[in-house]
Design a protein around this ligand. Structure first.
Ligand code: AG3
Length: 275
């Protein structure tokens, strides 16, 4: 029997709810409120400031689409930088590729990592891999200062509020451009075209002015606002549709296929018209 209903508002007066069976964790970190609930239908849910970051049941969709769309385009990707993504889901997917030699993760909030290790073992398995390296620091400063180069940068952020605002700004994307190799790719989570269209269109315009190639793509993620979610893809020369060659060699995926890859760049008209 549920102890209460947790609700997240997606649009004024409308949203999603979960029957909560158990409160597994609830605390304030230096940056944000972190909660883990056991729910009736979605398994464990990770909340940051009252917003759903992931659920055990549908996290695979988000993490597969953030990583396999770019990684299926080139087997030359060796060094990966993940900004945010403290739960480990994106790193877990990257580690499925033999060509990836090193993953550097830059997460601002250590509590997210600790909570994932404790409550989300299927996500945090990556943290013990020898190719994985964690830096608890601010991603915005990291890309400003580092002299390292990366073949692939993933921005796996929260919504653009609090410490994450800077992860959607021009200066941040300019700095990522400087640390990418010539064959490099940037992907980032870009909110819901249904709920945050204006924001998406502003960010997309900024990134289009910085990178020669920029494309928006979408996926169906049931527990995020409206269920229609988007991502940004940027690169210097790798085109995300033309460069897709053969079928993906990674087995055990549950959402990503090459058909889905191609289809994810087909945008609903209201979205296409505004980006
Ligand atoms: N990052 C994107 C979560 C955004 C969801 N927004 C919301 N529920 N209002 C998820 C991090 C998973 N690695």
């Amino acid at each position: 029997t549920p102890i209460f209903q947790f609700k997240e508002e997606h649009l004024p007066g409308s949203g999603i709810y979960f029957d909560v069976i158990d409160i597994l964790f609830s605390a304030h970190s230096k940056y944000q409120r972190i909660e883990v609930f056991q729910t009736a239908s979605y398994g464990r849910v990770l909340l940051v400031d009252g917003k759903v970051m992931l659920t055990e049941r549908d996290e695979f969709i988000y993490h597969e689409m953030l990583t396999h769309v770019p990684l299926s385009l080139s087997d030359k990707i060796k060094n990966v930088l993940i900004i945010g993504g403290g739960d480990g889901g994106s790193a877990r997917e990257c580690l499925k590729y033999k060509n990836i030699k090193r993953i550097k993760q830059v997460e601002i909030d250590e509590m997210v990592v600790e909570v994932s290790k404790k409550f989300f073992p299927t996500l945090s398995s990556a943290f013990s891999d020898p190719r994985f390296e964690l830096c608890i620091c601010d991603g915005i400063n990291f890309v400003r200062q580092t002299s390292e180069k990366f073949d692939f940068v993933i921005v796996d952020s929260t919504d653009p509020i609090g410490p994450a605002i800077g992860l959607f700004e021009g200066e941040f994307f300019e700095n990522i451009k400087k640390i990418l190799t010539p064959e490099g790719i940037l992907v980032f989570q870009l909110e819901s075209p249904w709920c945050h269209l204006e924001f998406i269109s502003e960010v997309s315009k900024k990134v289009k002015n910085i990178f020669p190639i920029f494309k928006n793509y979408i996926a169906f993620i049931p527990t995020y606002p409206s269920g229609l979610w988007s991502f940004g893809f940027a690169s210097f020369k790798i085109d995300p549709i033309k460069e897709l060659q053969s079928d993906i060699s990674i087995s055990g995926l549950k959402y990503y296929t090459s058909e889905i890859h191609k289809a994810s760049f087909a945008l609903p008209k209201f979205f296409k018209n505004s980006v």
